[in-house]
Each structure stands twice: as C-alpha cells, then as structure tokens.
Design a protein around this ligand. Structure first.
Ligand SMILES: C[S@@+](CC[C@H](N)C(=O)[O-])C[C@H]1O[C@@H](n2cnc3c(N)ncnc32)[C@H](O)[C@@H]1O
Length: 235
C-alpha cells in the first residue's frame, strides 16, 4: 500500500493551486520529442497536459489508486492512447524502453529517505535515458520562516482540506499529514541541501546543466525550491 492510495481522490483538489510547473515540464517534453518517462506520475497533473501536447508518456507510480485517477483524467482529455501507466517503484522502474527525457515533478524524489535510495533512483533514471538524455526534477528545502509558521499546526490549504507539517530540521525529515472529505494520509519527506543533490547526481553519472530557483528558469539564489536539469554523462 502506498500512502497516496488513501488520498488518490483528494490529491487533485489538494494540489489544485500548483500550476507553476506544468508549462516547464511540458516544454521540456516537447523539446525532447518524447517519449518521456515520468517517475511518480500520480494523477497525471503533468502527464496529461504532456500527452495533450502530443508527447507519449510512460508514467510510473507506486500508487495504483493514483494511476487509476490518472487513467480517468487521460480518458476525459482524450489522450489515453498517449499515456502508458505502470505501477512500480521509481528506484526500479518497470521500463525497458530508452527515452530522451526522464522527469520527476513535484518533489517525488523527497519520498526517498537516504542516499542509497536516492542514488538507486538516479542510477535507474540514467539507465532509462538515451545517450545525451535529460533528467529533470524539482525538490525543496524549507526555510526557517516556513518551518516556524507551519510547524505542528493544521492549516486549511484548500477549502475543507487541511494539512499539518511536522518538521524535524536536524534529521531533515518532514512528516506531512493531509485530511479532507475524500481521504487522509501521513507521509514522510526527506530533504537535502542543493549541494548534496548535485553531488548525488554527479555520482550517478549526470552532469548538471541547470539549477533553477523556480520554473521560470531564474537562477537558484538560495530559496526553498530547486529545479534541476541534468544530462546523462557518457563514461
Ligand atoms: C507529490 S506526488 C507528484 C505527482 C505528480 N508527479 C504531480 O506532479 O502531481 C508524488 C508521487 O510520487 C509517487 N511515489 C512516491 N514514492 C514513490 C516510489 N518509490 N516509486 C514510485 N512512485 C512513488 C506517489 O505515489 C505520488 O503519486
């Protein structure tokens, strides 16, 4: 069971205001020509608009229920034929194809809890890529203000949907709970400093070609959000 199964019907209303990254990932997919492997594809927030742009997407997710919602959204958008959804772990994705672009949008790599898991995921992503192919993903590391404002409090993120963040700053682990009319769940997210993400990418055989501070491609200047674009290094 994935922690997301219980909130598969809550996920879209919960994340309804998260729209800033869609164009970024769809543009990358278009530039790559596809197909794209999206790790942690979820309900298709990015995968469905990518398919709507005419790009084939192989979506991998450990939550069968999230992928069920994704399949419904794809059918509704008339793009089901371009979406190939597979239940599986992003550390060992069930994908034999080789592609020009692998993405992992909206912080899904934070579900990995130590460097062994992260390295495994990066190496697996590298294996999926054609020579010169690109891995793109985003993560965050909280600022002290954010931690102070939100720690241990139930906050209404969207009407009727509440979330509570418990920050363990020393261990760099966020325990995030969400509850709403159609489900509730608690999950752990582990963050790193940007230098640590960069070091892991390099160890896994990537060259970092861009590290942005937001999806409009502004340079990273020390904020909470990190958007990474790395290319497969040929050894
Ligand atoms: C924050 S959601 C992002 C979903 C989607 N990419 C988006 O942008 O809305 C994280 C997704 O990663 C999936 N996930 C978490 N750990 C995973 C793992 N080890 N393997 C595959 N999927 C995983 C969850 O089931 C969830 O659908």
């Amino acid at each position: 069971m994935s922690a997301y199964d219980a909130i598969a019907r809550l996920y879209d209303p919960w994340s309804v205001s998260v729209v800033e990254d869609v164009e970024f990932y769809v543009d990358l997919a278009r530039e790559s020509g596809g197909p794209v492997v999206e790790l942690g594809a979820g309900t298709g927030r990015i995968a469905v608009p990518t398919a709507a742009a005419g790009i084939r997407v192989i979506g991998v997710d450990s939550s069968r229920r999230m992928l069920e919602v994704c399949a419904e959204a794809a059918a509704q958008a008339g793009v089901a034929a371009l979406l190939d959804l597979r239940v599986g772990d992003l550390r060992d994705p069930p994908v034999a194809e080789r592609v020009p672009l692998v993405t992992c949008p909206f912080r899904a790599f934070l579900h990995l809890h130590d460097d062994d898991e992260r390295l495994r995921a990066f190496c697996a992503a590298r294996e999926l890529l054609l020579p010169g192919g690109t891995l793109a993903f985003d993560v965050f590391a909280p600022g002290a203000d954010d931690v102070a404002e939100t720690h241990g409090r139930w906050l209404e993120r969207e009407p009727g949907i509440f979330e509570r963040a418990n920050w363990d700053v020393e261990r760099r682990v966020l325990t995030l709970s969400v509850r709403g009319p159609s489900g509730e769940s608690t999950m752990k997210l582990a963050w790193l400093d940007p230098d640590d993400w960069r070091a892991l990418l390099e160890r896994a055989g990537f060259d970092v070609v861009a590290h942005y501070g937001w999806f409009d491609c502004r340079p990273y200047r020390g904020g909470e959000d990190s958007v990474w674009v790395a290319v497969r290094r040929e050894r």
